[in-house]
Design a protein around this ligand. Structure first.
Ligand code: LLP
Length: 421
């Protein structure tokens, strides 16, 4: 459930009409709902009720400072994967003890920054990384808390580009060899082994891959404990999918996912961490764009809109479906047409949807892309010298621009021409 509903024929974010935001900030723009972000975080928190737990929002899905502050103030932890994400999470007021650091290529500088600024744990993804972290921590005279990310070789049954838990993927260490790596880690002076980490992929719409992976993690926990290693925390990653195509998708609910966690690892007495991104931020955001032209092509009509692949890359990158709806609802019974919905960028891949059935639309009409709050603004670029589009946060009947649209001057002046040119 989200808080983007039609009222008097106009799509609203909570109590604010998207037409009002468009009039104020121009199009295209991203718009997020405070109530939806809050609700989705709370669903996970409740799903893990009764277990010692921390829900660590995967900020790669949406890293606006205001969104981080909102979620952080609810008590969330944050899953970060870079120096920039770590510093942003801290700037949003999230304490280091609620930040977990994931990622296959952490640099020594990132390790030092996190150890100095405070960190809950590093999710270590390889032996060279373990050695580097040990050296960095020893040089600083501290112990780095770690979980080792294991690769359980489980098929997440999702898009190949976002599956991470198969042995051919670059992530984690093979679970079969994990005991040896843990044994080495346990002897390192700069390392404090606290747990096990796993993340098998994103946009999972079935529970059984989670169940398989978590069962393997439970077995490993017991094996490691038998080896004398005190595993007290399990980070089970993120990945629970959302219904992008509302008419025919119903992924499992956080509560059902919580039950899988309880059944597979609940008996171990470990503290549980999860790292959901998409399910918290995805349906909490829309991208609003306006129609520039309706172009009649051969056998098809193109709706050319002012948003493009640089603003929302998911359709061209993953063939992802986003529901696209008119902001001003058509009258009941209005005829529908099939449109290819495309942006102005000079690539055929700049196509959001093909032959999408919509009520008749024309120049200046507004459309909203649903489920755009995750992996939307964060993956945007300025390709074709199109400035990044603004982000707006709604709370009840108020809204605020939480990232302003840069001026063309600002965009141009970021480059410099050397004096010898
Ligand atoms: N934890 C780790 C270690 C991850 O790599 C990810 C996502 C998450 C948590 C959060 O997963 P989520 O709950 O959001 O599924 N750009 C792609 C998605 C990439 C996901 C990368 N890792 C997309 O637009 O579909």
């Amino acid at each position: 459930m989200d808080h983007f509903l039609y009222r008097d024929g106009v799509l609203h974010a909570e109590d604010v009409a998207l037409t009002d935001i468009a009039a104020s900030v121009g199009t295209p723009f991203y718009c997020y709902s405070t109530a939806t972000l809050t609700r989705h975080f709370t669903l996970f928190d409740e799903a893990l009720h009764g277990m010692d737990h921390l829900v660590c929002f995967a900020m790669k899905s949406n890293s606006n400072l205001a969104v981080l502050k909102l979620i952080g103030d609810l008590g969330a932890g944050i899953d970060v994967v870079s120096m920039g994400e770590y510093l942003k999470a801290r700037a949003a007021g999230v304490p280091g003890e609620r930040i977990v650091f994931s990622g296959v290529g952490k640099t020594r500088e990132e390790m030092r920054t996190a150890l100095k600024g405070g960190i809950r744990q590093f999710n270590v993804e390889s032996e060279p990384e373990l050695e580097a972290l040990n050296e960095v921590a020893i040089a600083m005279g501290v112990k780095a808390p770690i979980a080792i990310r294991v690769n359980p070789d489980v098929d997440a049954k999702t898009h190949a580009k976002i599956a991470t838990g198969k042995s051919e993927n670059k992530f984690g260490i093979p679970i079969a060899g994990a005991r040896d790596v843990y044994a080495r880690a346990a002897k390192m002076d700069g390392i404090d082994v606290v747990g096990i980490d796993v993340h098998i992929g994103s946009q999972l719409i079935q529970l059984d891959p989670f169940e398989q992976a978590f069962t393997k993690v439970a077995e490993l926990t017991e094996a490691l404990r038998a080896d004398g290693i005190n595993i007290r925390r399990l980070d089970l990653g993120g990945g629970l999918g959302i219904p992008y195509e509302r008419s025919n998708e119903a992924p499992p609910l956080p509560m059902e996912y919580g039950d899988v966690i309880r059944q597979t690892v609940g008996h171990l007495g470990c503290e549980i961490e999860i790292e959901p991104g998409r399910l918290i931020s995805g349906n909490a955001g829309v991208m609003v764009s306006s129609v520039i032209y309706l172009k009649h092509g051969e056998g098809r009509d193109f709706l050319i809109i002012d948003a493009a692949m640089n603003d929302l890359i998911r359709p061209s990158m993953y063939d992802a479906h986003h529901d696209i709806v008119p902001v001003v609802e058509a009258v009941a019974g209005a005829e529908k047409s099939a449109y290819d919905i495309v942006g102005p960028v000079c690539e055929t891949g700049d196509t959001f949807a093909k032959a999408r059935e919509m009520t008749a639309l024309g120049p200046d009409d507004l459309v909203a892309f649903r489920s755009a709050g995750a992996y939307g603004a964060v993956m945007a670029s300025e390709y074709n010298s199109r400035p990044l589009i603004p982000e707006v946060l709604v709370n009840g009947d108020q809204f605020a621009v939480i990232r302003a649209r840069p001026t063309y001057e600002e965009m141009i002046n970021r480059d410099t021409i050397p004096e010898w040119l």
